[in-house]
Design a protein around this ligand. Structure first.
Ligand code: 5AD
Ligand code: SF4
Length: 439
């Protein structure tokens, strides 16, 4: 989300006559986009800001944007007096005016727009991902999970019209990109302000835009994860075989304390829908927090059995990190740092074994990969499957290196817990030939 926000901010300023440069040295004004989801991310910001200080002597100006900016507000000016502008994501629409202000030598803030109904839309996104076009369809979050800072930093939920999303999808396709990722903190809470399309309908229609071959979406909230989303994936071939559905905990008691609004059983019910598709094998990934205040050993064990039951293809796992303003901050029975570290290690070790087995099942298969890059040192092309699994492959001697964004057929020869290894099929850009089918 932040990566794409930066693309939008840069693009909208370029459309106002600013010029984007490649290095800090060349810049007169440096934007620093920040994240405060966990304490570590936030600490990084202040270290980096103090590194920037030396550049002030060269006349450079600094703008801090994103969630740390929103959260810390004018305190940033106290801790880093060389900063001239502080703005949260709900204020990006107003950046041009703020830049005029700092041009006059004043300080500018954009901190009061979290209740806005408006979204930040621009036709001028400076897309830097060479193979994927991001589209924000909903901003903010109204969920207020007990541990999470996002509703306080990104403001209330507001969706773009489905017409404007589809228009952007067409523009992306016209620019030659074939993969789209729909974004939202809570993407499936999407509510078309014109009431024309549900999230699943919008997803399906983006998948039908001419020239688009892959559509992804993040992040879904289990509470609003409805069956029609699974049906859309099952019936529209361009929708990728992958759902990221953060569970956070396998214990209904902890989920309740987290204010997640679903139980373990309800989560597993959604998993059963995802597993019951007729035409597709949908890969599932998730987010897990260990050591939420009051999480007992038995409750942590429930997260472990959930991993066992679902057999995710990937997890992002985190130690609970206390965040300002959130209800969890004052909850009793905090778990010690050492115990959180221990639980995280146990969780990750088990997950690694699950993934080892999951990824191994692909050996011998022919899979479609989209080319994302080339690593000359390894003579390996890096690609990604529809299921979002990295698939790195070699090409026959003397063959041309497939260009970024091309789709090729690859025979999987080996697997690791986080990636697949393969060989480009002869005639690799066509449908698999006889020599290329499963061994
Ligand atoms: N501590 C630890 N992890 C967190 N996340 C969000 N807030 C916190 C927190 N305070 C994790 C959740 C979420 C992901 C983006 O970050 O798992 O899904
Ligand atoms: Fe945070 Fe919960 Fe909103 Fe996700 S749904 S952004 S975890 S408050």
């Amino acid at each position: 989300m932040n990566f794409h926000d930066s693309e939008k901010v840069a693009g909208s300023l370029v459309s106002q006559g600013y010029r984007q440069v490649r290095t800090v040295e060349e810049a007169d004004l440096i934007f620093y986009n920040t994240c405060s989801i966990r304490d570590k991310a936030e600490q990084k910001v202040f270290h980096r800001l103090s590194d920037f200080k030396a550049l002030q002597k060269q006349g450079k100006k600094f703008a801090v944007i994103g969630c740390v900016a929103q959260q810390e507000g004018e305190r940033i000016f106290e801790r880093a007096p060389h900063v001239s502008l502080v703005a949260g994501s709900a204020s990006y629409r107003n950046l041009p005016e703020m830049l005029v202000q700092i041009g006059r030598g004043e300080r500018a803030t954009g901190l009061d727009d979290r209740n806005t109904e408006e979204t930040f839309e621009t036709e001028f996104t400076a897309r830097t991902n060479p193979h994927r076009g991001y589209i924000t369809i909903i901003e903010g979050c109204d969920k207020f999970c007990a541990y999470c800072v996002v509703p306080y930093t990104r403001g209330r939920e507001r969706s773009r019209t489905s017409e404007s999303v589809l228009e952007e999808a067409r523009r992306i396709a016209d620019s030659g990109l074939t993969e789209i990722q729909l974004l939202g903190q809570n993407v499936n809470s999407y509510l078309d302000p014109m009431g024309k399309r549900s999230f699943a309908e919008l997803l399906a229609e983006v998948g039908q835009v001419k020239g688009i071959r892959r559509v992804r979406f993040t992040t879904s909230h289990p509470r609003h994860f409805s069956r029609d989303i699974v049906e859309a994936i099952d019936s529209v071939p361009t929708l990728c075989d992958h759902v990221h559905l953060p569970v956070q905990s396998g214990s209904s008691r902890v989920l309740d304390a987290m204010a997640r609004e679903y139980t373990r059983e309800q989560y597993l019910e959604r998993v059963s829908w995802i597993r019951a598709t007729k035409n597709r094998t949908i890969s599932m990934t998730t987010d897990v927090i260990v050591g939420f205040p009051g999480e007992t050993l038995a409750e942590f064990e429930e997260t472990m059995t959930l991993l066992e039951e679902v057999q995710f293809d990937g997890i992002f796992s985190f130690k609970y990190s206390p965040r300002p303003n959130t209800p969890a901050l004052t909850m009793e029975n905090a778990i010690s740092e050492d115990e959180k570290t221990r639980r995280l290690a146990v969780l990750n070790e088990r997950q690694r074994e699950i993934q080892r087995a999951n990824y191994h099942r692909h050996v011998g298969q022919v899979m479609e990969a989209m080319v994302e890059g080339f690593q000359p040192a390894r003579n390996q092309v890096s690609g990604r499957t529809s299921q979002n699994k990295p698939l790195n492959f070699t090409i026959p001697c003397g063959a041309e290196i497939p260009k970024i964004g091309r789709y090729v057929q690859v025979r999987v020869t080996k697997s690791h817990p986080n990636s697949l290894v393969g060989e480009l099929c002869p005639d690799g850009e066509a449908v698999p030939s006889a020599a290329c089918t499963i061994a």
